[in-house]
Design a binder for this molecule. Structure first.
Ligand SMILES: CC(C)(COP(=O)(O)OP(=O)(O)OC[C@H]1O[C@@H](n2cnc3c(N)ncnc32)[C@H](O)[C@@H]1OP(=O)(O)O)[C@@H](O)C(=O)NCCC(=O)NCCS
Length: 164
């Protein structure tokens, strides 16, 4: 990591790491399906450890799930201190990539071959994550959401409700 990647506090900019994660997910997904892919969605990213200038960054990616035209790519980022060898887990995330043909249409991807328990865990976890996202979307649908149902909850939070 170079000084040019750092933010005002001298640590590596989170946005730069997200950019690298997107690139590695693209490479992994495109190589799996043999087509160029676009990023449809990026799952929550928690920054667990700051990355320092001068550290090596390891990014590992795996195809965790294959749908019809989409793939979920798991990306794990670790930093390595060159002098001490200390490795820290910086963050992990899941990116959904969709394969495109030469005309920009979504195209079917080959399914995964899973041959171990870890592969099963990752696949099932992707299904759950997708279902949870669908439920969240439905729950907070603009047409059906009723703010009055949440006034009591909001009173416990750091806001002042006016005219709701
Ligand atoms: C994402 C995109 C490919 C979805 O395509 P679409 O034709 O509108 O939508 P579809 O409903 O047919 O979805 C295609 C697949 O993507 C999945 N998908 C779409 N949006 C998704 C999301 N937000 N999260 C997870 N999966 C998603 C669908 O589940 C479907 O998967 P499947 O084929 O494996 O069943 C399309 O909206 C797009 O091209 N977006 C812009 C992508 C881009 O430019 N990314 C770079 C960021 S600037």
């Amino acid at each position: 990591m170079l000084p040019s990647h750092s933010n005002f506090s001298g640590k590596i900019h989170g946005g730069y790491i997200l950019n690298l994660m997107d690139q590695i997910a693209f490479a992994c997904a495109s190589k799996h399906c043999g087509h160029y892919c676009v990023t449809a969605s990026v799952n929550k990213v928690d920054f667990l450890h700051p990355v320092e200038v001068g550290q090596l960054l390891h990014l590992r990616a795996s195809v965790n799930y294959t749908g019809k035209t989409s793939m979920v790519i798991g990306v794990r980022v670790e930093s390595e201190d060159i002098k001490t060898g200390q490795i820290n887990h910086c963050n992990s995330s899941y990116l959904t990539m969709v394969a495109k043909d030469d005309n920009g249409r979504n195209v079917n991807v080959p399914g995964l071959i899973i041959n171990n328990a870890e592969g099963v865990r990752r696949y099932v976890r992707s299904i759950w994550r997708y279902d949870e996202a669908k439920q969240r979307k439905a729950r907070f649908n603009e047409q059906t959401f009723k703010s009055e149902d949440y006034v009591k909850l909001l009173k416990e939070h750091n806001i002042k409700l006016e005219d709701v």
